[in-house]
Design a binder for this molecule. Structure first.
Ligand SMILES: [Zn+2]
Ligand SMILES: [Zn+2]
Length: 123
């Protein structure tokens, strides 16, 4: 996950590619209106192309000029991605829900649920 440098990134000084004025990246998101562009249009033209959902390849929503496009089209795709790429994610989620009373049985059922999910052809 790219959460680490978010605030740092939004303060990064960049040039407006249209008028070459320097400003922090988060200001640029508002500044683009001066050029009759939305920050999304500016982002697609000058920064990066539109991203597709990492799970189902649908178009994703634009967040803002600092973060660009979402990696996923929906929360369920984000969940799927996390489970596929981090198999421990599901068991951690289950564990933390019942952290006060963890039994071997619960751990096993988490493993079974995960195995079932992996066999699901739609997954
Ligand atoms: Zn400008
Ligand atoms: Zn998706």
């Amino acid at each position: 996950m790219k959460t680490r440098n978010r605030s740092e990134q939004s303060l990064k000084i960049v040039d407006c590619k249209i008028c070459l004025e320097k400003m922090p990246l988060d200001k640029l998101g508002i500044h683009t209106r001066r050029h009759k562009m939305t920050s999304q249009q500016y982002y697609e033209v000058f920064i990066d192309k539109r991203k597709l959902c990492l799970v189902c390849n649908k178009e994703t929503n634009y967040k803002n000029i600092v973060f660009g496009f979402n990696d996923f089209c929906s929360k369920s795709c984000r969940m799927k991605y996390q489970i596929i790429n981090h198999p421990t994610f599901l068991s951690i989620a289950i564990k933390s829900r019942s952290s006060h009373k963890r039994t071997e049985n619960e751990k096993n059922s988490a493993r079974k649920t995960l195995a079932k999910l992996k066999q699901d052809p739609e997954f």
